[in-house]
Design a protein around this ligand. Structure first.
Ligand code: ATP
Length: 163
């Protein structure tokens, strides 16, 4: 990334339809991961954003869903409009996150014990990058997780006003 400090990196903002991008990323994912079931539930929502950064954030969430859910489980990508926001969420049926770890998952280098014990590598940077990208666009992230049931992580981005 070409950048000065956190807030001076210039974004390449364009208006685009988020579910188009989600479907594109899902197709690419299905080509490299034959181990999970994939599903999408998308509604058209336009945003003004840096497409490549949003794509990167989306990939981080999908990558986590892949790493922290067993083979054969379903991963669902959703896009919907919600009170001025576009919600992009990735839901899995994986190991989940302990309630006391949830507040820490966006911290740089944080990895829950369960994931450190797993064979899947990881640096603990993914979600902190996704959060940085999201906040740089005026958005925020939400987590819903239950251990051994699954996790849904959402990126909430301001929806673009009507053209
Ligand atoms: P990497 O930087 O390579 O992505 P990572 O996956 O460990 O490594 P993050 O993406 O920042 O790093 O996630 C931080 C931690 O949050 C993970 O180590 C894991 O404990 C937990 N976590 C994130 N996503 C999920 C998920 N979908 N299910 C269960 N735990 C998760």
């Amino acid at each position: 990334l070409a950048r000065g400090d956190n807030n001076t990196m210039s974004l390449q903002i364009e208006r685009f339809e988020l579910s188009d991008l989600a479907v594109e990323v899902l197709r690419e994912t299905q080509m490299i991961d034959g181990g999970h079931e994939y599903d999408s539930r998308v509604m058209p929502v336009f945003i003004n954003a840096d497409k490549s950064l949003i794509k990167q954030a989306m990939r981080i969430l999908i990558d986590n869903a892949m790493k922290y859910s067993p083979q054969g489980k379903r991963i669902t990508l959703s896009v919907s409009g919600e009170q001025g926001y576009a919600r992009l969420s990735v839901q899995d049926e994986g190991i989940g996150i302990a309630p006391d770890a949830v507040p820490q998952i966006f911290d740089r280098f944080f990895r829950a014990d369960e994931s450190r014990a797993r064979a899947t590598g990881g640096t603990g940077l993914g979600l902190s990058i996704a959060k940085w990208i999201t906040e740089r666009h005026g958005g925020h992230m939400e987590v819903l997780s239950r251990q051994d049931i699954g996790t849904r992580i959402s990126i909430m981005l301001p929806a673009a006003p009507e053209a």
